[in-house]
Design a protein around this ligand. Structure first.
Ligand SMILES: *Cc1c(COP(=O)(O)O)cnc(C)c1O
Length: 429
């Protein structure tokens, strides 16, 4: 085989194309190493990571103290299953519940499993606590949601790609438009079988769609009024990403999701976390709630072989500590303001970019082209050539979500790469 630079990348692309299911369409770049905000490909070229594995790597690639915790536990004990206790789980449960201000946690692995868990708990709560008749529980979800890929979750997706030809579909879900409080109220008013409202505080996959400032707050008030659980999926928005510990913290500077946040904090009845809970080193997810909700689950009714294993919880505890120690939420908030300011300055004279939106370091630009175009893809290819990795969420939307350990100097460097790249597309607009 030739060992020119091009053939090395093609070698890896061909291997995947030939032997793998074609369930993804990755940007053509083959990564071999990561550290902090940087990635290196198999040819040694260095990039800024501006996706962070969909916000799983908030703490930066291969964070030294997370990797240290991982190594130490990997050499000691990795998995017992929940048939037995292990000496790490209890301390983690205490830590994460205090950290996010809930009484109870249920430990799972992937984000989708966390969402599935929340759905099961909400339904059981509906039957046992709210008095909904058997098999009649309904959960309200939003149009353009993304909550994962299981067969139940895709049943209430509105994306034909995620859903098509995977039926028959699970029932028990009612759709409302996102950010439409009147539509939510209309369903609640007329349907006493609703047990939960499952919502992303910002719709990441939909294109970082950021709702009205008071949407979640008003949703919470309605949920309380109608005795319905507010279930927030913060798998992508949580853990510092949007400039506070959780997106539901609003603009509070307090680092903990606790009662001190009375003014801005909207407390969900169930909180779903995943992705950055392990700093992108291991699949870890969690569902948090108070005992009145969580206690509907009794032994044998739910579980996971790997959920809450000693390796996972040792990693997660350290990854959460890092977020506080390094003030990552505050950094995300400060850098996010700079990012949107600079992008808006560019957009004021741009023909190719329509707008920038987002919160903290979860942002997206909308390209002045139709959603089916390949302009965003082509811009991402050019960004790659210029040393920055980002991915379109639609034909005309690019998400920008770097690791939260980024410095201001690095961010400004990235902004100049992005603007320089966009400028080369202006003439085509
Ligand atoms: C990524 C994501 C999920 C699914 O998580 P997986 O770990 O991929 O199963 C669910 N909800 C949201 C909002 C996500 O961003």
């Amino acid at each position: 085989m030739e060992t020119t630079e091009k053939s090395l990348q093609d070698y890896y692309l061909d291997l995947e194309a030939k032997h793998g299911a074609h369930d993804y369409h990755p940007l053509p770049v083959v990564l071999a190493k990561g550290s902090g905000v940087f990635l290196w490909d198999v040819e040694g070229k260095k990039y800024y990571d501006f996706l962070s594995a969909y916000s799983a790597v908030n703490q930066g690639h291969c964070h030294p103290s997370i990797i240290e915790a991982m190594k130490e536990q990997a050499e000691t004990l990795t998995l017992t299953s929940r048939a037995f206790h292990n000496n790490k789980l209890g301390a983690y449960m205490k830590y994460i519940t205090e950290y996010f201000g809930f009484e109870k946690v249920l430990c799972m692995n992937t984000g989708a499993e966390g969402v599935e868990t929340a759905i099961k708990i909400a339904r059981k709560w509906g039957y046992q606590k709210k008095g909904v008749a058997e098999n009649n529980a309904q959960i309200i979800v939003c149009n353009n949601n993304f909550h994962g890929r299981t067969s139940t979750i895709i049943s209430f997706s509105t994306d034909p790609n995620s859903k098509g030809d995977f039926g028959p579909y699970a029932t028990g879900f009612i759709h409302v438009p996102y950010d439409d409080i009147e539509a939510l109220e209309a369903v609640l008013e007329t349907n006493p079988n609703v047990v939960g409202f499952l919502v992303e505080p910002i719709q990441g996959e939909a294109g970082v769609y950021t709702p009205a400032e008071d949407f979640i707050k008003r949703a919470k008030a309605l949920c309380s009024e109608y005795n319905v659980l507010l279930i927030t999926d913060e798998i992508q928005t949580g853990i510092g990403r949007t400039g506070s510990l959780l997106a539901v913290c609003g603009n509070c500077d307090c680092q903990h999701a606790c009662e001190q946040q009375a003014e801005t904090y909207v407390r969900p009845d169930m909180l779903i976390l995943g992705k950055a809970i392990s700093g992108g080193t291991y699949p870890v997810s969690a569902v948090l709630s108070d005992a009145t909700v969580m206690d509907v689950i009794q032994p044998g009714q739910h579980g996971s072989t790997f959920g809450g294993n000693p390796l996972a919880v040792s990693i997660a505890k350290k990854a959460l500590q890092v977020v506080l120690e390094e003030n990552l939420a505050q950094n995300a908030r400060r850098l996010g303001v700079i990012f949107r300011e600079e992008m808006n300055r560019y957009i004021s004279t741009s023909k190719i970019v329509k707008l920038v939106r987002g919160k903290g370091l979860l942002n997206a630009i909308v390209i002045n082209d139709d959603p089916e175009s390949d302009t965003a893809w082509n811009i991402c290819l050019k960004l790659r050539d210029n040393g920055l990795l980002a991915k379109p969420t639609h034909g005309n939307i690019i998400r920008f979500a770097p690791p939260l350990v980024m410095t201001e100097e690095q961010l400004r460097d990235c902004i100049s790469i992005i603007i320089k790249t966009l400028e080369t597309f202006e003439s085509h607009a």
